[in-house]
Design a protein around this ligand. Structure first.
Ligand code: ATP
Length: 204
């Protein structure tokens, strides 16, 4: 039987339990062989915001999924460099696994932006769509008329934006982010405004 691969892209700055719960539950519900967490190299949708270097975001994703069966970190967009377009990523995955079935996994916020995507018709030809909703949510309107799977996962009110603010304010990350990722955030001094200031003043 053809391999079924979930493609879950994100900035993952940092990866949190909302991402992990989504990946694990979509894999289970749709009986996917594996789900790739594809770390955006240059997330063009966040062009105006400062983003942590891709190698650090990838290291956090690798640490988060090291012991999770069927969930893998993917460096494909980082290796390709430049702006990260899902159309290019899917074309590469298709080249590597010509017989696989590809399913693009999106949170409902990301699905609402589908019509702004680069070469969205190519995405549509290469993959089917999985939209993740919270239990009881209405069927999504904004899927451009695509046939799509809708998977309900427990919605956890956690976002990378909130986590970055927590580090900056010195608030706890526990149970919102896995332990190995917390260690990496501390070790790399990520999101810590005080750390960033002292690094800047140490620069000759
Ligand atoms: P930011 O707060 O920086 O915008 P984010 O937490 O939304 O980041 P991204 O890396 O931008 O995380 O999101 C990648 C994917 O994960 C998107 O499809 C998004 O819809 C989904 N996602 C984000 N947060 C959650 C969550 N709490 N539960 C389920 N899916 C989520």
């Amino acid at each position: 039987m053809a391999e079924r691969i979930g493609v879950f892209g994100g900035t993952f700055d940092p990866i949190h339990v909302g991402h992990l719960v989504t990946a694990v539950n979509v894999r289970h519900t749709l009986t996917l062989d594996r789900v790739l967490l594809v770390v955006a190299n240059d997330p063009w949708q966040k062009a105006t915001l400062p983003v942590t270097p891709a190698r650090h975001r990838l290291a956090m994703v690798e640490a988060a999924v090291a012991d999770v069966a069927g969930i893998e970190a993917s460096a494909l967009e980082i290796e390709r460099g430049g702006a990260s377009y899902t159309a290019d990523t899917l074309a590469e995955l298709r080249r590597r696994s010509p017989d696989a079935e590809l399913l693009v996994i999106l949170g409902s916020d990301a699905a609402a932006l589908l019509d702004t995507w680069e070469r969205v018709e190519e995405v549509r030809e290469l993959a089917s769509l999985v939209v993740v909703t919270r239990p009881g949510a209405d069927t999504l309107a904004a899927t451009l008329g695509w046939e799509h799977h809708q998977v309900e996962v427990p919605r956890l009110e956690v976002s990378s934006t909130d986590l970055r603010a927590r580090v900056a304010d010195g608030r706890p990350l526990d149970w919102l982010v896995t332990e190995p990722v917390i260690h990496l955030i501390r070790a790399l001094g990520l999101y810590d405004v005080r750390e960033m200031r002292s690094q800047r003043s140490a620069t000759p």
